[in-house]
Design a protein around this ligand. Sequence first.
Ligand code: SAH
Length: 216
Amino acid sequence: MFVEDYKRLRDLMVETQLIPRGIKDERVLIAMRKVPRHLFMPESIRYSAYEDMALPIGEGQTISQPYMVAVMTELLELKGDEKVLEVGTGSGYQAAILAELAREVYTIERIASLAEKAEACLKDIGYENVYVIASDGTIGLPDKAPFDRIIITAATPVLPEPLIGQLKEGGIIVAPVGERFSQILVRGKKEEGVIVEEYHTPCVFVPLIGEYGWKG
Ligand code: SAH
């Protein structure tokens, strides 16, 4: 396929998967029309990049469904000047979307080979405001904290305590919280030091494995 074909598929993805399901934030829609999702995938499945599903990226991990990326991003209410922490880099696609919409993105991946691939891909495309770190993201990044926004893109039994500590007052955290094989998308806002939760769509993510997530 040619670059223009991918662009057409990407526009179609926005028109058929995102707008009809209620994604309204114009900046999110623009980013989803722009970021070349197919480049974050193994070549053998690029032709499926703009389909309405999560897809395998190796190491038993997945790149999230476009709609889920859009919903989570919209819930973050990014205006452009935020410092964002993502836990679960995976392919790096969500990080690229965040990089379009925020000032600075720190993204942590526990599987070193995925972190390397994502970093290379983000660099090739030209993102200069994303930092990929290979480590256990449940601990966060104390030396870069506090963050205006935190997004966890793996399923967690609870919002990890260290991440709550690293969220700014008035900040927003979005994460799939629940059981190992089914979760609810939770948005927490930090108000007077306490996380006030809102519950959104049911979802299924791969597990967050680490000190403050699942044990293995
Ligand atoms: N946001 C990704 C999708 C992530 S899939 C994308 O856009 O492609 C979830 C990722 O979280 C997997 O790559 C998995 O290895 C990673 N992960 C699981 N536990 C983690 C942890 N404790 N710290 C950092 N990454 C973790």
